[in-house]
Design a protein around this ligand. Structure first.
Ligand SMILES: Nc1ncnc2c1ncn2[C@@H]1O[C@H](COP(=O)(O)OP(=O)(O)OP(=O)(O)O)[C@@H](O)[C@H]1O
Ligand SMILES: [Mg+2]
Length: 279
C-alpha cells in the first residue's frame, strides 16, 4: 500500500506572457510524501519559485496537474486564506509578501494558530512560536516594518508552522537569516513538519543545508528537472553534468556550501533600536 502524496505535480508547465513568452517551468513532475522534505535547487531563473507558486495554487498552470492529498489544487489567485484552510502553507522568498504590513505580528501568528485549530490540529501559544524561531516574546505588539528582513522571515516561518500545515512550501526561507541560524531554523522546519507527518517542498541556494535536511533533491535548470533522487545519492553520485557542476561550485574548506548570494540582513536592526509601538 502506498501513501497518498501530500503534493503530486505532474507535467507542470508555467508560462508568463510576453514576446516571446517565458516558459518558466517546462514539464516538471514531482511528489512529496507525508513526512518527507523535498528540496528544489538550481540557479537563479531556473523556475523554482514559479513551480512553488504553482504547487500552492497561486500560479496558473499552462499545462499539467497539481494534486494535494489527492484533490486538485485549483488556482486561487491570492486568496491565501482558503489555501490555508486546506492545510497548505507557503513561506515566500520575500518575507514582506508573507506578512500583512498592517497587522501586529502576534495577531498574525495567532491567525496561524487559529487555522490549525479550525482544521482540528493542535494549537499552541504565540510566545512559544516566537521562542522556537529565536525571537523575543516581548515583540508581539509590533508591526512587520519594525523588523529586519531576517526577523520578518522568522515571523513568517512561525506563522506558517503554527498553522500545522499538511504541506509547507518554503521558498528560500532561510536566505534572509543570519548565517549562524540558517541551519537551525531549517532543521526546526524539517523536524516540525516531519513529526506532524506533513510534507515540505524546500527551496534553497544553500546546498549544505539542503544536504542536511532534504530526503530527496530535485535539480532544476531552465524549467526542467535535470536530476532527482535521494539527497545522499545525488550528492555522492551526481549523474547529470549540470548537477556535477552545481556541486563542484560548493566551496569545500568550511563546508558552507552556499551559492553566492546577497549578504544577510538579519539582525541588522538591534532590538534596543526598535522603538515601541506608539498609539
Ligand atoms: N511574473 C513573471 N513574469 C514574467 N516572467 C517571470 C515572472 N516570474 C518569473 N519570471 C521568469 O521566469 C523564469 C523563472 O523564474 P523563477 O522566479 O521561477 O526562478 P527561480 O529559480 O525562483 O529564481 P531565483 O533563484 O532567482 O529566485 C525566469 O526567467 C524569470 O525571469
Ligand atoms: Mg525564486
Amino acid at each position: 500500500m502506498s501513501e497518498v502524496a501530500v503534493l503530486d505535480a505532474r507535467d507542470v508547465v508555467v508560462r508568463y506572457p510576453g514576446t516571446p513568452p517565458v516558459i518558466a517551468v517546462n514539464g516538471v513532475s514531482l511528489s512529496v510524501a507525508p513526512g518527507e522534505t523535498v528540496a528544489l535547487v538550481g540557479e537563479s531563473g531556473s523556475g523554482k519559485s514559479s513551480l512553488a507558486r504553482a504547487a500552492v495554487g497561486i500560479e496558473k498552470l499552462a499545462a499539467g496537474t497539481v494534486r494535494f492529498r489527492d484533490a486538485p489544487v485549483t488556482p486561487l489567485g491570492i486568496r491565501r486564506r482558503s489555501t490555508a484552510l486546506t492545510g497548505i502553507q507557503m513561506v515566500f522568498q520575500d518575507p514582506s509578501t508573507s506578512l500583512n504590513p498592517r497587522r501586529r505580528i502576534g495577531d498574525q501568528i495567532a491567525d496561524g494558530i487559529a487555522t490549525a485549530k479550525a482544521r482540528g490540529a493542535e494549537g499552541s501559544r504565540v510566545e512559544e512560536w516566537l521562542e522556537k524561531v529565536g525571537l523575543p516574546t516581548t515583540v508581539t505588539s509590533r508591526f512587520p516594518h519594525q523588523f529586519s528582513g531576517g526577523q520578518k522571515q522568522r515571523i513568517a516561518i512561525a506563522r506558517a508552522l503554527a498553522a500545522r500545515p499538511s504541506l509547507l512550501v518554503a521558498d528560500e526561507p532561510i536566505s534572509a537569516l543570519d548565517a549562524s541560524t540558517q541551519t537551525s531554523v531549517a532543521g526546526l522546519m524539517r523536524d516540525l513538519v516531519a513529526e506532524a507527518g506533513a510534507g515540505m517542498l524546500f527551496i534553497s541556494h544553500d546546498l549544505a543545508v539542503v544536504r542536511r535536511i532534504a530526503d530527496r533533491t530535485f535539480v532544476l535548470y531552465s524549467g526542467r528537472v535535470m536530476e532527482s533522487g535521494p539527497t545522499d545519492r545525488v550528492w555522492s553520485d551526481p549523474q547529470h553534468p549540470y548537477t556535477q557542476a552545481l556541486l563542484a561550485a560548493i566551496p569545500e574548506p568550511d563546508g558552507a556550501g552556499r551559492i553566492p548570494e546577497a549578504p544577510s540582513t538579519d539582525d541588522r536592526i538591534l532590538w534596543s533600536e526598535v522603538p515601541p509601538v506608539l498609539g
